[in-house]
Design a protein. Structure first.
Length: 115
């Protein structure tokens, strides 16, 4: 059981690093006008999917451990399902948010060019 906890901890650290790097690179890309339309996808998609995966996995694993039999394999499978479901939900939210932001930035750029 200790090995599974160590793997889960290392995966959580990796997900946190993805969030930090994604936000950093996305903010740097927003500073340049040539990369301003792609920056929301770099900023939102990896960071929200990683955050969703981390929160979903630990949240669902905790609920399964707390309310079900903690010595069974259910908390492990709940952790895996939460990882996939949270990552998928974060991906959908991230793509929607990035597409909306990119569309808004492109409309603003077209408006500035026409003036």
């Amino acid at each position: 059981m200790l090995q599974l906890f160590l793997v889960a901890g290392l995966l959580s650290i990796a997900l946190a690093l993805v969030v930090v790097v994604s936000v950093g690179v996305g903010l740097v890309l927003l500073c340049f006008s040539q990369t301003r339309l792609i920056a929301p996808f770099v900023l939102f998609v990896p960071s929200l999917s990683s955050a969703g995966a981390g929160l979903g996995s630990w949240g669902l694993g905790y609920l399964a451990h707390h309310y079900l039999d903690p010595m069974s394999s259910l908390p492990f499978w709940a952790w895996i399902i939460g990882l996939l479901a949270g990552g998928g939900l974060g991906l959908v939210v991230g793509v929607g948010l990035a597409a909306g932001t990119s569309w808004r930035l492109s409309a603003k750029r077209k408006q500035l060019k026409s003036d």
